[in-house]
Design a binder for this molecule. Sequence first.
Ligand SMILES: O=P(O)(O)O[C@@H]1[C@@H](OP(=O)(O)O)[C@H](OP(=O)(O)O)[C@H](O)[C@H](OP(=O)(O)O)[C@H]1OP(=O)(O)O
Ligand SMILES: Nc1ncnc2c1ncn2[C@@H]1O[C@H](COP(=O)(O)OP(=O)(O)OP(=O)(O)O)[C@@H](O)[C@H]1O
Length: 503
Amino acid sequence: MELDKMDENDWKYHGEGNKSLVVSHVQHARVLRLLKYSTEDAENSHKTTEQAFRHIQNIVDYCQNVMKPLLGEKFVHNGEAVKLPLDFVRQLSLKVQQERPESRCDKVMDTLSGCALCLPNLTQLSSCCCCSREHRPPLCIEIKPKCGFLPASRDITKDIKKKVCRFCMHQHFKLANGKWKRLSHYCPLDLFSGNKQRMSLAIKHLIEEPQNNFNIFKGGECIYTCNDDADVFQDLDELAQHLRPYFLPSGSLLSRQQSSKVVLNELIQVIVSALLSTWDCPRSGQLRKTHLSEGRVTCEASLLHRDLLRNGNHCLPKDCVLDKILSTQMLDNLDIEGLSPLFKRVEQHLQMFPKERCRLQMDGPYNASFLEKVQNCPAEDDGSIEYAVGKVHQYRVAMTAKDCSIMVAIATCGEDDGLDQSLEIQPMKPRFTCSVSILDLDPKPYESISHQSRLDYKIVNHYLRRTQPDNQELDNLEELANQSLFLGRDRDGEDCTLVFHPV
Ligand SMILES: O=P(O)(O)O[C@@H]1[C@@H](OP(=O)(O)O)[C@H](OP(=O)(O)O)[C@H](O)[C@H](OP(=O)(O)O)[C@H]1OP(=O)(O)O
Ligand SMILES: Nc1ncnc2c1ncn2[C@@H]1O[C@H](COP(=O)(O)OP(=O)(O)OP(=O)(O)O)[C@@H](O)[C@H]1O
């Protein structure tokens, strides 16, 4: 990329989340990820280019030195911080504005610093020899799986948290707050179960109600995403038409309805295979498995039949992408309720010794020493500040893993094609090559822990009120929340994501 020759016409809107907006190059498999501000912050923001660059470099360092060792070299692409010409960024911002979904326009793209993160476009397949000869553009499925286990911490005060997963409880809260119009029946515990039947159902539920957990790209273009006002059946039918050439032989005599069913099922099988594949030994029958203790893998809110939940096989092949994400999520082994007193210990320590913030690496740098603090935190609380900081760091890393996305890029290839480094999966002919990546691995700010505590209370309380309206305990819970030890701004309803907050 020649930075002095940047032309906004070479780039197009690709997508965005809460904190960043992504544009993709029209020819090369690159994207630029630009930060966003809330409109209020934009007016008050006088961050220097150096501060913005440092912020993005922190993201790169965290990805490279912390998340990559935990999640695996093959899944993580840390990218590169770049400084772009300001004129290019301003023109780009104007160009993409009309493409942006209204729901994301409460924030504006950063046009002041000129800094961005340059990454490979993960909707395209990398290092695949056969794709260049293949006439069908690659497909890419993006899944934001969210938290895949039930917490088992002794510090949990509400039993329901050990029975119903956070995502399923959160759904009710989101619906009540108008974030979504329809409930999603997706349950992350089904996706992370390793049981193919449960995983298939989880993906089916994602397809039926994608919200912000599921997208499909074809040739880098988003062809299926959340559409709250959509006619679901019509959307599914259109999706199936897109997928038909990938999953059905061209002369198939199936009716439109029959073929829709077949291709969506085939798609689901390909995704399941990709998510369970262990890159290093895809054909090995002797895969090591990660077992989870029985009580932590089934959610009472899941629609799956209880027999399947009880008797199914619940383990993930070691080192598959789901296993890597789940084990990183499980660094949070105290739950926010167990972490809260430790967070308070750190807060008090930092109030007394502000300079310690740097030594304890509360905002980075994200280097080997930070990873060491995460990986070698003592198992038992010895009352030290080091223990509390280790648990806080572990919690933040787990938060990143609970909010990341998986990209599964697939392309068809002829039967005799070599597969190079890509992984072969073969649910039916034609064969597919596939690459799996993890994205959105930004560090979560230390301060966001207090928000987590309040949000946890609200989600659980709301769920209990909905499902157990006569529950007397809720009044006690209300009382507890009022005595909350955390001070600070409430982010729900007035999202105050801190762009340029030190991370
Ligand atoms: O707290 P959650 O579980 O609602 O997750 C937030 C996500 O909401 P979701 O529930 O996935 O719809 C939220 O996603 P959306 O903006 O709703 O698409 C963000 O990913 C947010 O992360 P950040 O603050 O932008 O770094 C996420 O916040 P963090 O908790 O990861 O900080
Ligand atoms: N390297 C990439 N290649 C292709 N698409 C990407 C890449 N990075 C991001 N995207 C797309 O851009 C979207 C927004 O990116 P990302 O999830 O990183 O934003 P975010 O603001 O950090 O999200 P969140 O709301 O979770 O905080 C993603 O959902 C994905 O579709």
